[in-house]
Design a protein around this ligand. Sequence first.
Ligand SMILES: [Zn+2]
Length: 152
Amino acid sequence: MHGLTSPFDRHGMKSTIEGLFTRRIYAFVPTFTACTAQGCGFNDFTQSAINPSCGICRGTGRIASMHTAHMTCRITWIDAARIDIYRGVVSAEIGDANIQGKYQDLNTYQRVMLTADAYLLVDGQHLKPTSVIVDRSEGITSVDIRAVIVRS
Ligand SMILES: [Zn+2]
């Protein structure tokens, strides 16, 4: 073990964490604003458009825009070999991904999991988290995300 940075060395630990989270990952979360077309808008009571035949919001009363955030993470794609490792422990399918994210990005990962039509983009794949769990091991607090590929 000679030559390894002591886990109790604060400075060394920080650089270890930075070294782990090297993959760029994007979060896309839709946010909605009320339609601003003449005579339209969002009706809170009916949860639809004030003008149902509005061509701007297509009768939904709201305009979606994607909020984008980029983060760094560590990602492991589940392949046939890893299915064997995980068998009996957790259910995993080929194409699923295990993502280790920074603790500071916890809220973003949770929002992507809980918000309809939100997704993560990494390696050109659209992913939806199925679980987001805070993990603390070896003195490092991070976020473990299980994610599945969704149709792009
Ligand atoms: Zn409208």
